[in-house]
Design a protein around this ligand. Sequence first.
Ligand code: ADP
Ligand code: ZN
Length: 606
Amino acid sequence: MDKKTTFNLWYLIAAVLGWLVLQGIFEQAQQTEPLAYSEFQDYLRDGRIDDLVITESRIVGQIKDAGEGEPTRFVTTRLEPSFADELEQYGVQYRGGTDQNWFSTLLSWVLPALIFVGIWMFLIRRMSMGGLGGGLMSVGKSRAKIYVEKDTKTTMDDVAGVDEAKVEIQEVIDFLKDPEGYSKLGARLPRGVLLVGPPGTGKTLLARAVAGEAGVTFLSISGSEFVEMFVGVGAARVRDLFDQAKNLAPCIIFIDELDALGRARGAGPMAGGHDKKEQTLNQLLVELDGFDPSAGTILLAATNRPEILDPALLRPGRFDRQILVDRPDKHGRKKILEVHVKKITLDPAAKLEEVAALTPGFTGADLANLVNEAALLATRRKGEMVRMDDFSRAFERIVAGLEKRNRLLNPRERRTVAYHELGHALIALSLPGVDPVHKVSIIPRGIGALGYTLQRPTEDRFLMTVEELENKMAVLLGGRAAEELVFGEISTGASDDLQKVTDIARSMVTRYGMDEKLGQAAYETERGHFLGQPAEGGGRRFSQDTAREIDIAVRDRIQEVYERTLAILRERRDEMDGLAKQLLEQEVLTENDLPKPIAEPAAVIA
Ligand code: ADP
Ligand code: ZN
């Protein structure tokens, strides 16, 4: 609702009330005295009554003074309807009147209505602004806790160990420093940048550093603030947030826990639950679309669950830039420690390198906590400086709590993960037509995987040959094959890989007609998915016998590829051992650390 309308309404009410007061004063000035009817009759008989106004219930008039004074006005109750005769008898001038004039009639109806409407609007407004609870009491505009920091001191130097993210976000800083320069060339910056990564990796810190570096205001709010009891409250808050940002531009809006409000629509388990979330999300989308980054406002958001976000949020022109803020590797951890030990008195003999080596899987927040704990321990033993053994003891203290939360791996598990990931990587390097390996990591990601191998897709593929599909399967099977080859036993770590392999093999047999025995027939149509499950009754067009044949064909094909995969790894075993040692040491291997691919990726299919 428009603010002005409400204000005008209040003015009107005030004016009406003022009128009433004035009228009261006026009436009082015109003093009328109550008069008993019997007295009135006496005056009447004396012939001292004049200027009568007779209404249904009252008689108002003047008593002529016996002397020369002013006549007194009086009012009395009308008792006898037939007293006109009496009046005639004494020759009094009289006329009829109504008890209420038009004004008071109007007032008696309109005023309560106005007051009612006023109160109603007031309540609605308060409710939509800040929930019922505090809303009625508080005068503030919005109860959502928007945190505003005008003069941020945080700089990029405070953020360490996430170099890739820092490089990517530098562009945003450059833009904020010189929005005109960017728009001159017609470049369009993303309106929204999504920081993705596990909790405590420094996403908030990074966003704040952007504001600090660019010298703009930092506005932050948590996504959970938008999830409210009342329908429409969340949406109103989103509007409010963007309104505030408009007034504070240039600025950065940072929404933490974007997943709390950006959850995919219609996916909520409770029917009643997603309605208002949808409203809030829709409002966010509207604001995102209507918002003009050339004014120097950029929206940053953080999430550790990008997969549950509504796809509409990630469309071009919205959060179309995603930056991964991952757990730091050993080198990164050392850098982060260096940032945090600035605040303490450190024993020069303490080796941060060793602390970093001790703490795989720690996030920036964990490391900050470690430094603090170590300083506390040093204080307790009344030490002059924080020593190395303070760190070790702090580490032991923390790890007990972290183990469950962060899945810290024991050395044996780390070795398994390292070989598993290298298995993927080496197969990818040995086969033509697969996406080149970009990075191998055994830093637990917190989002499911214990380690990961990043392949850089060369181009979007629309057509794939049998060979390419099989090579893809081989890469997926590489992890399991490496485990079997090196440790002689296999682990549960490959379940995701196996699922994907099975999907490919099954599609080859039943959809692409790539199996000799089953021939060029499509036994299944593309599966319609509903909540991850095949649509009911969808696309099954074969007999029981064929079903068995399909299963066998799928199994044989996977086995065949697996044997090939094992053979390749057996051949490159020595190489693998060397790389594994390096990987366990560094936690991350990049393209440069890995051997050159045997075959160049297949040429672009034109
Ligand atoms: P997130 O928003 O990703 O959950 P935060 O930015 O809130 O994490 O990090 C919490 C704290 O942990 C920061 O205030 C900082 O002290 C420390 N921290 C986290 N990541 C880093 C980092 N990369 N470099 C330095 N300090 C970090
Ligand atoms: Zn794997």
